[in-house]
Design a protein around this ligand. Sequence first.
Ligand SMILES: [Zn+2]
Length: 234
Amino acid sequence: MSETKKSVVEEIVNKAKIAELSDEEKELIALEKQSKELEVQLKQQQLEAAKLEQEERKFHIKDLKARLAERELTEKQRANDLAQRAAGFRQEEANDKFRWNFCTHKKGGNVSPTDMKVLHFGGNKEQYAVLKHMMINGDIWVLCLRCGKTWKPPVETSFFFDEKGQNCAPQDGKFDKVKFEKAQFEYMQAVNFNTNNSMSASVQCRFTTFDPQSGKNVDATDVYRENVRDTTLR
Ligand SMILES: [Zn+2]
């Protein structure tokens, strides 16, 4: 039997069957048909929702990419700023060192509108153009009023250098005894600079710390010096 004939026959049989069905059974069949239609509708809706979700994800990824790109730009900008600031700082440091080297730290000298060198490189009188200040722990710090250099008791932890000769933290390098002693010598010289400027002083305090080994308070001047090692009078 061909397919068409078969389906026609089936249809007749079905119709006959339907005719034989009770009202209740007919209703059941109608309900089933309805439920199948609903199922198809639901699946279509689900498919639609899935498509929309995918679309949404695409936009989300696009947004995310845009935000990441923006952040990358900000970070690059920040790194740039930092590098520029570091370069500025190094330049300033180099200028300071240059002035400190050439300054006589002395009073006197002539200043003219065309030549103000004396203000930054010192004069030629006997007296030194320095201020001496006694810090809270009794240390004397000396400030050159011309070049701005500050002398203070050197702290050992500032004299560690790495293989490239760069100043570094104690755990990353070696202690340079020669440089440390040179700084100590220069500091003593500065304390003895002859000046008629009077010395100023802070309130004087003793710094102590509790030593658990001896159970006593011991001198903590080193701790104080350590804390102010990067400070100057300028
Ligand atoms: Zn000076």
